[in-house]
Design a protein around this ligand. Structure first.
Ligand code: UFG
Length: 335
């Protein structure tokens, strides 16, 4: 069964492509490589022992997506293609609103004309913004978004929900990822941040590799057990498997009209200092870091209530933060 994966050469997309093949699906990638690299395709091929079909194309082009839906007899689509740098979205909001929203609208229009019913949307725990309800449940009230990037995730969820509510023959799920980390254990695919990483784990591994001089821990005076922020670090392979399970669920539904949203995390909070200690254990290196000022817009703690995805879809994370750091480190050493 053919599944379209937009942004399939990206970090989460590439791991999901591998998981889809392992589950017996045939993923078809569409990626314009504006924020990903072709080496992801050779990595996927190395893991699977064969290539996966990829269209180098713009997901904002309706005709392109319609043609792929038709030619490939697509049964479902997973929509990863989006820009994701929070800071850049503040500097250049139109770039984010245009790309992230138009690509989803295009996908939904093409799904409508070509009769593709099953859509999985790549959302983010960023939708919880400064909410202080912990752990965050899917019922947690969504506050005003903290960045244009976060707003595109909130609006995209609403677009999908509204289209389903309009009576379109559509089954949609939004998956709200917490903090994805790690890499495939083969070290053939992983995260490829552009320039200086914004996110903690690539910054840690680059510092471990000597590419960055030292890591700055953003804030050591939060009201948390060790003073540093708490996050829910989810292994990218667990996240990939959640997509496969969610897609199987959509495909199994007998109703033509369905929408729901699920948190995808471990439910386990870990602090920034705990992540550093775990990295030092798995790498055998002592990490050069210092405690610095808080970063604007960081919430002290954010972790998931994962009971909904467990009870509805039977999915739970299997891998620990430590495994994620070990895999991220193995991947870093190949770069
Ligand atoms: N951190 C540091 N130093 C760094 C980088 C990060 O101390 O150099 C800290 C941050 O202050 C934060 C924690 O590490 O406390 C995690 O930061 P990340 O940037 O890795 O992740 P965020 O929690 O800020 O955001 C991530 C994704 C977003 C997503 C969000 C959902 O980057 O895309 O999770 O919660 F929306």
């Amino acid at each position: 069964m053919n599944i379209l994966v937009t942004g399939g050469a990206g970090f989460i997309g590439s791991h999901t492509v591998v998981a889809l093949v392992e589950a017996g699906f045939e993923p078809i990638i569409v990626d314009d490589f504006s924020n990903s690299e072709k080496r992801a395709l050779s990595g996927i091929e190395r893991i699977l022992g064969r290539p996966v079909k990829c269209y180098e194309a713009d997901c904002n082009n309706l005709e392109t997506i319609q043609n792929i839906f038709r030619q490939e007899q697509i049964q479902g689509a997973i929509h990863f293609a989006a820009f994701k740098a929070v800071g850049e979205s503040v500097q250049n909001p139109l770039k984010y609103y245009e790309n992230n929203l138009v690509s989803l609208i295009t996908l939904l229009k093409a799904a409508h004309t070509e009769g593709v019913k099953n859509i999985l949307f790549s959302s983010s725990a960023t939708v919880y913004g400064l909410s202080e309800e912990l752990p965050a449940t899917e019922q947690t009230l969504i506050p005003k978004a903290m960045s244009p990037y976060g707003n595109t995730k909130q609006i995209s969820e609403e677009i999908l929900r509204d289209v389903v509510a309009s009576g379109a023959l559509l089954r949609g799920i939004s998956l709200r990822y917490f903090n994805p980390i790690g890499a495939h254990p083969s070290a053939a695919i992983g995260e490829l941040p552009l320039g200086v990483p914004n996110n903690l784990v690539p910054y840690i591994t680059q510092t471990g590799a000597g590419i960055r001089e030292k890591l700055t821990v953003f804030g050591g005076d939060y009201d948390t057990p060790d003073g540093t922020c708490l996050r829910d670090f989810i292994h990218v392979c667990d996240l990939a498997e959640a997509h496969v399970i969610a897609m199987k669920y959509l495909l199994s539904l007998e109703v033509d009209n369905y929408y729901d949203v699920f948190n995808v995390g471990t439910g386990v909070p870990n602090s920034v200092l705990e992540a550093i200690t775990a990295f030092e254990e798995v790498s055998g290196k002592s990490l050069h870091y210092e405690i610095g000022a808080r970063r604007d817009g960081d919430v002290p703690s954010l972790y998931a209530d994962v009971s909904k995805i467990k009870s509805a879809l039977g999915w739970t994370a299997k891998r620990s933060m430590k495994e994620g750091l070990a895999d991220a480190w193995r991947w870093q050493q190949t770069l």
